[in-house]
Every structure is written in structure tokens, then in C-alpha cells.
Design a protein around this ligand. Structure first.
Ligand SMILES: Cc1cc2nc3c(=O)[nH]c(=O)nc-3n(C[C@H](O)[C@H](O)[C@H](O)COP(=O)(O)OP(=O)(O)OC[C@H]3O[C@@H](n4cnc5c(N)ncnc54)[C@H](O)[C@@H]3O)c2cc1C
Length: 539
């Protein structure tokens, strides 16, 4: 059983802060939402569990998809996105994304993001499964540039308060509405509450459920897990995108080699230096990410090797150094010169297609609770995200959340200062859990091996058995960030493995060895809701 709250508390006993608009998360989705909310005159607060820089947005390399050129159209962008999503996208959400995207990108440019140009025209990259060149970029550090511009813009607004290193533990609900969050300050060890009629989850994805991942350490799926505990619906969790080309440093840190590298002509090679992707997909190296990732796993199994290679050597030194300066310099630190050497790579968990289920204005099934960005599932990505659509999603739906909230704020009359909530459900800590790092290490490895790129009934059941053996950790009252994160990881690992076990077909990023084809009868979503499960338990 998943308890409603992670800790025992009494709201009357803890320090409280108030604001009009509370945003949990400060990546592209959170900060763009903050700017929009601040423009409507609201007192906005943004909470982030690490420094403001540390988030997946900062690591985005390839760029942001937007229809700019005359030989491109919103219809083509729409079709490419639906095709990638394998009949699982919400077509209305995709329409919104491609129609409103270019205007939001223009706003980003107005804020100061200076995308690369050649002869005054924007330089547009091509990425896997895009039928046109439409990816705006800033070298290979697009995310970092966007994040820096958004950080500067939000920090300069008087009505935006940003609090870093504040870990949000849980959403507070009262009479079925979301009215704020419980937060933990690692430096003081104190729990406080932040109360607001509007709470936006912009907490990013859950790549850290897997031991091999491109994601920032912050990506432990906290927002999804806390929304689930609070009764929100979470959807499509079985669809995890694995990126085919990740370089692992000797210290075990993942460094993504952007898809743009293959877009510019990079070639995947096996240990005999053969271009193997021509045997697996008509688009060869530019096939969809799931196909490329699975093909790599097949090659690794066949050849019993630990990695394959990415070859850029034929692109020429000047081009490589100008187009991919960040990748060039980073790998140079590890004695790999990408202009003359092959790059050793493996696939790794990269993007969470599923998330907290929302409508086209970021509304969840809990009044007052909104979700946006990678934490949300509005149906834009379906079973497989089209490359470079996620930064765009953060902008488009961040803007829409603020539009949607206007009516809600007018309707709801609540005096947040009078509300009393408490929880005494959690048990005191058992010795066995004082060092839970080992559980985390094993679980993340099991998730990659058994709930990763290639799944089967057997592998999924093995993962679920491990989760079951460690699930009792959820009921302990432990006040530290590591434990909060581990509880969230266990909760989401369980839901992800259950969803993957239920979906007896292969579609997009979800591949079942025992059900290798797509099935018409499975063209539907898997939605989990704790309130529903609790009700079923009682029935
Ligand atoms: C290596 C890499 C490369 C990528 N390249 C591209 C690309 O080229 N183009 C593209 O479109 N997409 C790309 N993506 C995906 C894209 O970067 C992300 O989907 C997007 O940035 C997510 O933005 P976000 O605002 O939703 O979340 P994030 O940017 O991850 O921000 C999450 C925020 O939530 C906060 N948070 C989380 N949990 C808590 C908590 N419990 N309490 C308080 N705060 C919390 C974090 O501190 C952080 O501020 C890439 C992703 C990676 C990892």
C-alpha cells in the first residue's frame, strides 16, 4: 500500500509561506510558466530541489523543433510527431504544440536566446524521424543557453521568488483540492509548508529510475510520485525513451552524444567498423530512437561486446569543432579526439513520455493542481517522443497553464490560513533501512536490465518481485532527501513495471520480446490512480 504522505506532520505546527502561484521545478517548463504568471501580476514562487541550473533542460543539446522554413509546414511537423508516437498521441495536443510552438520560440528569441544562423538565416538541424530540417540550436548547448536566459529573466522580476535546495516532499490536499506543498530544507533539516491556490508541477522526468541514464540527478520522478500519492492520475508510464548514443565517462557519468550528430552524418559502427543500421531500418542511422536503441542491444548481444561506436571522422575537423564544440571539448578531456577517433557508446534511459495526466491547459484531475513539461502527460509524445519536441512542449504548455488558471482562481474561495491538515500514518524507522543506498543501487540496475529497452513477462515479474520485497520502506517516517527520493523511485518503478507487464504488445519505446508486434486492441492508455486503487481495495 502506498501511504498518502511520506512523513508525519501537523500543518499547525510548521512554518508556512503563502503565494498566488506556486511552481515546483525550475527547468524550461517551470521558469517559462513563472514568467507568464508573473506577467499577469501574480506573486509567484518557484521551488527547486537543487541549484536552479541543475535540471534536464540544462543538458539538452540538439535543440528545439519549430517550423520556420518555407519548405516545411505545421502539417508536416504534426504528421512526424504522430508517426513517432505510434497512434498514441492526443492529436489535439500535437496540433496545439505545432501551431503555438513557433510563436513561443519567437518569445524565447525576444527574451535573448540567440539561435545559430548562417547568412542571417536560422541554421536548422535535422534529427531522427523529422521529415524536414527544423531544429533550432545554439551549437550543441541549446538547453544551457535557454536555461541561462530564463534564469536571468525570472531573477529580474520582482514578483518571482526563487528558492533553491528546497525539496518538495508532498502535495497538500484539502477537500479534494491541492492547496500547497510540504517542503524539506536540507541545510536546516526543517519541514515547512508553502500554501497556494495554484500548484504547478514542473518537476521533470524519471530517468534516474535506471542506472544508465542521460538525465540529471534531479530526475527521480518526485512530482509524478507525489501527484500519484495525492490521487492524481498518471498515464503512459511504460513508455520510456532510451537514447541510443551515450558516452560513459570512466567515473560512470553519462554524457549524451546528441542525435544531431547522426543528423549531420555521424555513423554507428560495430566492432568491425561496419555500418550495421542499414540492416535494421530503411532510415539507417536516422531511424526512430527505439529502433536504433534495440538494434544496438542486438548487436551488443551478438558480438558480446560492451559498446558500439559512433563515427564522425569523415565530417572533417573544422565542421565538427564548429558544430559540436561541447561534445568535442568534453570528450577531449577523456583523451578521445572525435575528429580522428571513434566514440564508444551505449544506449541509456533518456525521456519519460508518460506523466501526470493533464488536459490541454495542464489541469489534472485534482482542482488546483497543474502539471507541465516532462512531468506531465498531455499526450504530445504518445509511445515515442519526436526529438526536440520536449523543450517546445515546456514553452507551449507553460503558457497554457497560466491561461487555464485564470478561471480557476476566480472560482475558488478558500482561506488558506485556516486550513488544518495532519498525518500520523507513518511508522518509526527500522534499522534495516538506515542504509538504503544498496536498495537504490540494485533497483536501478534491475530497472535497466528487466524493465529497460527489451522487456518480457519474466523480466518484468523479476523486477516486480524485487520491488515487492522492498516496498515496506514506503511506510517509514524518514526525514532525509535520499529516502524521499528512494520512496518515489520505488513507487514509480512499481507502476512502470506493472504498466509494462499489462501492455502485451510492442509499440514505440515499449518492446516486449514475448509480444513483438503492435496490437490494435492495445491502442489505449494505461492510467493509474491511487484513489481508484484504494477504492478497489475497499470494495
Ligand atoms: C542529455 C539530454 C539532452 C536532451 N536534449 C534535448 C533536446 O535537444 N531537445 C529537446 O527538446 N529536449 C531534449 N531533452 C529533453 C529535455 O531537456 C527535457 O525534457 C526538458 O528540459 C524538461 O524540462 P522540465 O522543465 O520539464 O524539467 P527539468 O528541466 O528537468 O526541470 C525539473 C525541475 O524540477 C525540480 N524538481 C524535481 N523534483 C523536485 C522536488 N522534489 N522538489 C523541488 N524541485 C524539484 C528540479 O530541481 C528542476 O528544477 C534532453 C534531455 C537530456 C537529459
Amino acid at each position: 500500500m502506498v501511504p498518502r504522505y511520506q512523513i508525519n506532520f501537523e500543518l499547525s505546527q510548521i512554518e508556512k509561506k503563502f503565494c498566488d502561484f506556486l511552481i515546483v521545478g525550475g527547468g524550461v517548463a517551470g521558469l517559462f510558466t513563472a514568467l507568464k504568471a508573473a506577467a499577469s501580476g501574480k506573486e509567484v514562487m518557484v521551488l527547486t530541489k537543487d541549484s536552479l541550473e541543475e535540471c534536464n533542460t540544462t543538458y539538452a543539446q540538439g535543440g528545439i523543433a519549430s517550423v520556420i522554413r518555407e519548405d516545411d509546414s505545421q502539417d508536416l511537423h504534426f504528421e512526424d510527431t504522430l508517426e513517432s508516437g505510434v497512434n498514441m498521441c492526443n492529436s489535439r495536443a500535437v496540433e496545439v504544440l505545432v501551431e503555438e510552438g513557433p510563436l513561443k520560440v519567437k518569445e524565447l528569441i525576444d527574451l535573448g536566446v540567440s539561435f545559430d544562423r548562417v547568412n542571417y538565416h536560422y541554421s536548422l538541424g535535422r534529427e531522427g524521424a523529422h521529415s524536414r530540417d527544423r531544429v533550432l540550436h545554439v551549437g550543441d548547448s541549446t538547453g544551457k543557453t535557454i536555461q541561462n536566459v530564463l534564469m536571468d529573466s525570472t531573477r529580474s522580476r520582482d514578483n518571482i521568488t526563487i528558492e533553491e535546495d528546497v525539496f518538495v516532499i508532498d502535495l497538500l490536499t484539502y477537500k479534494n483540492r491541492c492547496i500547497g506543498v510540504l517542503a524539506y530544507d536540507e541545510n536546516t533539516g526543517r519541514v515547512s509548508a508553502c500554501l497556494s491556490k495554484v500548484v504547478v508541477l514542473a518537476t521533470g522526468g524519471m530517468g534516474q529510475l535506471f542506472n544508465l541514464t542521460t538525465n540529471s540527478n534531479i530526475a527521480t520522478g518526485d512530482g509524478l510520485a507525489m501527484a500519484y500519492r495525492a490521487g492524481a492520475e498518471v498515464m503512459d508510464l511504460e513508455f520510456i525513451q532510451f537514447h541510443p548514443t551515450v558516452f560513459y565517462t570512466p567515473e560512470g557519468k553519462a554524457f549524451l552524444i546528441s542525435e544531431a550528430v547522426r543528423g549531420e552524418g555521424g555513423i554507428l559502427r560495430n566492432e568491425e567498423e561496419e555500418q550495421f543500421m542499414v540492416h535494421y531500418h530503411p532510415l539507417a542511422d536516422l531511424g526512430p530512437r527505439d529502433v536504433v536503441a534495440r538494434s544496438i542491444i542486438s548487436v551488443l548481444k551478438k558480438t558480446k561486446t560492451k559498446n558500439i561506436y559512433l563515427d564522425l571522422r569523415h565530417l572533417g575537423e573544422d565542421f565538427i569543432r564548429n558544430r559540436f564544440p561541447n561534445i568535442y571539448c568534453t570528450l577531449k578531456q577523456y583523451n578521445i579526439d572525435i575528429t580522428t577517433d571513434l566514440i564508444p557508446i551505449v544506449p541509456a534511459a533518456h525521456y519519460t513520455m508518460g506523466g501526470v495526466k493533464t488536459n490541454l491547459y495542464g489541469e489534472t484531475n485534482i482542482p488546483g493542481l497543474y502539471a507541465v513539461g516532462e512531468a506531465a502527460c498531455a499526450g504530445v509524445h504518445g509511445a515515442n517522443r519526436l526529438a526536440s519536441n520536449s523543450l517546445l512542449e515546456g514553452l507551449v504548455f507553460g503558457d497554457r497553464v497560466v491561461k487555464g488558471v485564470k478561471n480557476y482562481i476566480k472560482e475558488v474561495s478558500l482561506n488558506l490560513r485556516d486550513i488544518e491538515i495532519s498525518c500520523q500514518e507513518q511508522s518509526e524507522l527500522k534499522d534495516r533501512y538506515k542504509d538504503n543506498q544498496e536498495v537504490k543501487r540494485l533497483l536501478r540496475r534491475i530497472m535497466f536490465e528487466k524493465v529497460g529497452i527489451i522487456r518480457s513477462q519474466d523480466s518484468l515479474k523479476q523486477a516486480l518481485n524485487f520491488i515487492e520485497e522492498n516496498k515496506d520502506l514506503l511506510i517509514y517516517n524518514i526525514l532525509d532527501k535520499e529516502s524521499f527520493e528512494l520512496k518515489n523511485i520505488i513507487t514509480l518503478a512499481n507502476l512502470t513495471a506493472r504498466a509494462a507487464l499489462l501492455r502485451e504488445e510492442s509499440r514505440g519505446a515499449h518492446y516486449r520480446q514475448d509480444f513483438p508486434s503492435k496490437k490494435e486492441s492495445w491502442q489505449k492508455h494505461l492510467v493509474f490512480s491511487l484513489s481508484r486503487e484504494r477504492k478497489e481495495e475497499l470494495d
